[in-house]
Design a binder for this molecule. Structure first.
Ligand code: NAD
Length: 505
């Protein structure tokens, strides 16, 4: 049996003209991909069967045996070329993202540009994977020994990515894995395989040898689970929802696992905050990609003294956002990934209102689409606060002071990032120390990220860090090497090479 790939059948003219795409590995039944915005058929994508996956993993192991010895300069060159190719194809990639995920085109363009930057950083970091010198003689028994660590690739890395950043979240797994000389089997979300397939094509064009990256397409519950459990896989790097993350942690056995999961991100607006800046950033961070970002602003905790003033600025700014077709240049917010997700968000909002929340702006439009929404009079136990909403809905809470605001923010079983708006340095430092999250953004929303910074959560938000340098640490094994300094003739302690006398005490 040999590996089969069939081209993706493009069914719509919404992509760039003449667009063709090589398929995933596998001859399984094709699935039809539809636009989340209006249900139009976009493409027919072949899927990967269990037998196909078996062959993929054999090829991956074989590819690792040679790719692991690829010198750093060569890996850097391939990654740098990949970055350039993403830049050159940015518009085509942005349209792929917008079509398959429903992300507004202007956000999709930002994602394409960040994807290029992630690969550029990986190229840089691939030259800096060295270990460290260990002071062996810090312990008496370590005298006359010289020691250092080296970082070796883990092997075959299963990269499982979500639908909401089809390029850049795949890039955050693939780029550091390759930088550290691993090979990758990438399983994108079933809703968004096209961008991942295009990325793999560009990597091959950039010079990556055969089978160093392979893309498999199929359901997470079967294909994804099989990949996670397979003994030929050395590490699983996963971004997605908390329940699936927990399942993967239990399925993976002894493999290294990193999990980037969800959040119900809090942003604190203190009494001395720059309100215009806070409102502008909260609107950007709450509604980008229709709130389907793991670090979307979800809970806004406002000091009681500035609450009314804050709301008076927030509501018109949210009302001004335009809900529309993702391919329309002027669209700010589009549809959610599926009708089922829109229905879930609608039900959570309705339930909150039944429990006493007030709809300040938004709600469902005539076509059943979720408009940018703000809820006030919410309580912490309502689903819209306590769970990850993953939709265009902000919940506004009031706090007596910063201490209470921090306490409210920490009242969550997740902890990815948080934001604080204050002009007071002491308060900023207080919040930075007390907030229980993986990242604190001062005078910024939790949604802020540059691609080389360490990024990841605590509590239910996950295990491990992404961001190129930090991901490379997770994707390499540390090996300790120690050399005994000795006299070659006697086998005893070293002697001064000139005087042939014992060295030092
Ligand atoms: P999801 O968990 O439904 O799916 C993510 C991926 O896991 C998909 O490729 C899916 O096919 C696969 N999968 C599903 N079940 C599996 C299983 N049993 N074994 C192996 N793989 C399986 O997530 P989604 O709906 O695509 O994305 C939304 C979620 O992702 C949100 O919770 C969001 O917060 C989270 N997210 C987190 C980050 C972060 O960096 N922390 C970034 C983006 C999204």
């Amino acid at each position: 049996m040999s590996l089969v790939t069939r081209d993706v059948e493009i069914l719509s003219d919404r992509f760039t003209p003449g667009f063709v795409l090589r398929g995933p590995v596998g001859g399984g039944e094709a699935m039809v991909l539809r636009s989340p915005w209006d249900g139009v058929e976009l493409a027919r994508v072949p899927t990967t069967t269990a037998d196909d996956l078996d062959m993929v993993l054999d090829k991956a192991r074989l590819a690792f045996e040679s790719f692991r010895w690829t010198p750093a300069w060569r890996r850097a060159q391939i990654l740098e070329r990949a970055s350039r190719l993403i830049e050159e194809n940015a518009e085509q990639i942005a349209r792929l993202i917008a079509n398959e995920s429903g992300k507004p085109l202007k956000d999709a363009r930002i994602e394409a540009s960040r994807g290029a930057s992630t690969f550029r950083w990986a190229a840089e970091e691939s030259k800096r994977t060295a270990g460290e010198i260990i002071e062996m003689d810090a312990e008496a028994s370590g005298e006359h020994r010289f020691g250092w660590t080296i970082r070796e690739p883990r092997g075959v890395i299963a990269a499982i990515s979500p639908f909401n950043f089809p390029l850049n979240l795949a890039a955050h797994k693939v780029a550091p894995a390759l930088a550290a000389a691993n090979v990758v089997v990438l399983k994108p979300a079933s809703q968004t395989p096209l961008t991942a397939l295009r990325l793999a094509e560009l990597l091959v064009e950039a010079g990556l040898p055969a089978h160093v990256i392979q893309v498999v397409v199929g359901p997470g519950s079967t294909l994804g689970a099989k990949l996670v459990k397979d003994e030929r896989v050395n590490m699983v790097t996963f971004t997605g929802s908390p329940p699936v993350g927990r399942q993967i942690a239990s399925d993976a056995g002894m493999k290294m696992v990193t999990l980037e999961l969800g959040n119900n991100s809090a942003t604190i607006v203190d009494e001395d905050a720059h309100l215009d800046l806070a409102v502008q950033r909260i609107v950007a961070g709450g509604y980008a990609n229709s709130g389907q970002v793991c670090i979307s602003v979800q809970r806004v905790v406002v000091h009681q003294k500035v609450y009314d003033e804050f709301m008076a600025r927030l509501v018109p700014a949210v009302e001004a956002l335009k809900l529309g077709d993702p391919l329309d240049e002027s669209t700010d917010v589009s549809s959610l990934i599926s009708a089922a997700e829109a229905e879930r968000v609608r039900l959570w909002v309705e339930e909150a209102i039944e429990q006493g929340a007030t709809l300040a702006v938004g709600g469902v439009d005539d076509d059943g689409r979720m408009r940018p929404t703000v809820l006030t009079d919410v309580t912490r136990d309502m689903k819209v606060c306590a769970r990850e909403i993953f939709g265009p809905v902000l919940s506004i809470l009031k706090a007596r002071d910063l201490c209470e605001a921090v306490e409210i923010s920490n009242d969550s079983d997740m902890g990815l990032q948080a934001g604080v708006f204050t002009k007071d340095l002491n308060k900023a430092l207080y919040a930075a120390k007390r907030l229980e999250v993986g990242g604190v953004m001062i005078n910024e929303v939790p949604t802020f990220r540059v691609d080389h910074m360490p990024y990841g959560g605590i509590k239910g938000s996950g295990i491990g860090r992404e961001g190129l340098r930090f991901a490379i640490r997770e994707m390499t094994e540390m090996k300790m090497v120690a050399i005994r300094e000795m006299d070659w003739q006697t086998g005893g302690p070293p002697v001064d090479a000139c005087a042939r006398e014992p060295l030092g005490p």
